[in-house]
Ligand binder design. Structure first.
Ligand code: HEM
Length: 67
């Protein structure tokens, strides 16, 4: 999912979870999904918060230390 990619990073892409808050990331992704002719749906700050919480819960379940 696009939200988790930006929160947690992937391959060569760094994680931004400590640097971009829910409202800002929602705005960034909504911008990317609605400009340059893109017709994606807007991303809400509540969706970013939910993805953040899910990633945290998953890391805890796997016994990974939060950082
Ligand atoms: C807020 C800024 C950024 C956004 C919104 C963003 C968004 C994304 C997204 C959505 C993907 C996945 C594309 C796909 O699914 O095919 C991606 C992949 C990637 N991004 Fe970013 N990105 C950002 C900043 C950066 C920065 C600063 C770097 C490098 C320093 C970077 C490097 C990469 C790389 C290398 C990939 C490919 C990862 C892979 O092979 O799986 N991104 N980015």
């Amino acid at each position: 999912m696009v939200i988790t990619t930006v929160l947690n990073g992937r391959a060569g892409m760094p994680a931004f979870k400590d640097d971009i808050n829910d409202a800002d990331l929602a705005a960034i992704l909504t911008y990317a999904r609605t400009t340059w002719g893109n017709k994606g749906a807007a991303i809400k700050p509540t969706e970013v918060a939910a993805a953040r919480a899910a990633a945290r819960a998953e890391a805890k379940a796997r016994g990974l230390q939060a950082h």
